[in-house]
Design a protein around this ligand. Structure first.
Ligand SMILES: Nc1ncnc2c1ncn2[C@@H]1O[C@H](COP(=O)(O)OP(=O)(O)OP(=O)(O)O)[C@@H](O)[C@H]1O
Ligand SMILES: [Mg+2]
Length: 249
């Protein structure tokens, strides 16, 4: 079994009197594709917020690559190897796909001042961005402005920007939400071509996506872990079916 790259221990969070995350623990070995499912309001997105540090936990601890992230703000957690693709868009819509990727490459190398010069002048960055576009299935869109891309392609680029950073752990919150079946299969193709070493934690309501991709799945319900198991175990669980699969899907 691979070394554990990510560990959350006893995470707890309440909003007022509502306990949204209740003693959640999770261990992910390197390269694991792990699904996170559960009814609306189960606390899935909040768990991501606690992992990235956007929301402060009341109790519990988060480790990445053996280091405690507890006192680290979100930007330090990102530098430690945590990447997240949001449901909301974080692209530069007025720039092209090529420029967005080149900026992500610049960030990866810690080069901030490219913002003040024409990106094409940075030949190495420009080429690196092009290579990434090829890997991400975006080569045909290189010169296109992001604002003119189809919704699914924008989401694909967003995941791509996260991947450029070569994170230890990638968090995806409903990456196929609002997508057409064709766009969904584009995302699935991208996700199945990820490097084996990448660890992925993915929230998804599309059960075909989650059961097709995840090696193990954690089911959250009212902020608690209802079950963690293989897709077969999750599908076979009466409790999961009663609380989630049977009702919503
Ligand atoms: N900042 C906040 N303040 C107060 N309550 C919040 C806050 N963020 C989330 N909640 C509440 O916490 C609960 C869990 O929300 P969360 O968004 O984590 O659920 P989810 O599992 O991601 O749901 P969905 O499947 O609908 O995305 C919900 O009841 C929500 O209303
Ligand atoms: Mg959510």
């Amino acid at each position: 079994m691979s070394e554990v790259v990510f560990r959350a221990e006893g995470l707890r969070k309440s909003f007022g009197s509502l306990r949204v995350t209740d003693e959640v623990s999770l261990r992910l070995p390197a390269g694991r594709r792990h699904g996170l499912i559960g009814p609306n309001g189960a606390g899935k997105t909040t768990l991501f917020d606690l992992i990235t540090g956007e929301v402060e936990a009341d109790a519990g601890e988060v480790f990445l690559g053996g280091r405690s992230l507890n006192r680290a703000p979100p930007d330090a957690r990102a530098r430690a190897g945590l990447a997240r693709s949001f449901q909301r868009n974080n692209l530069f819509p007025g720039l092209t796909v090529h420029e967005n990727l080149a900026l992500a490459c610049a960030l990866k190398h810690g080069i901030g001042h490219v913002f003040w010069r024409r990106l094409e002048r940075f030949t190495a960055l420009w080429q690196e961005a092009e290579e990434n576009a090829g890997r991400l299935g975006l080569a045909d869109h290189l010169g296109q402005r992001v604002s003119t891309l189809a919704y699914g392609t924008q989401r694909q680029l967003e995941i791509g920007l996260a991947l450029v950073q070569e994170p230890l752990l990638l968090l995806l919150d409903e990456p196929t939400a609002g997508m057409s079946p064709e766009e969904t299969s584009g995302i699935l193709e991208l996700l199945s071509s990820l490097p084996e070493s990448l660890t992925l934690l993915i929230i998804e309501h599309d059960m075909d996506v989650i059961f097709g991709l995840a090696e193990r799945i954690t089911v959250l319900d009212y902020g608690r872990v209802l079950l963690e198991g293989t897709p077969g175990e999750v599908r076979g669980s009466d409790e999961v079916r009663r609380r989630y699969l049977g009702a919503a899907h």
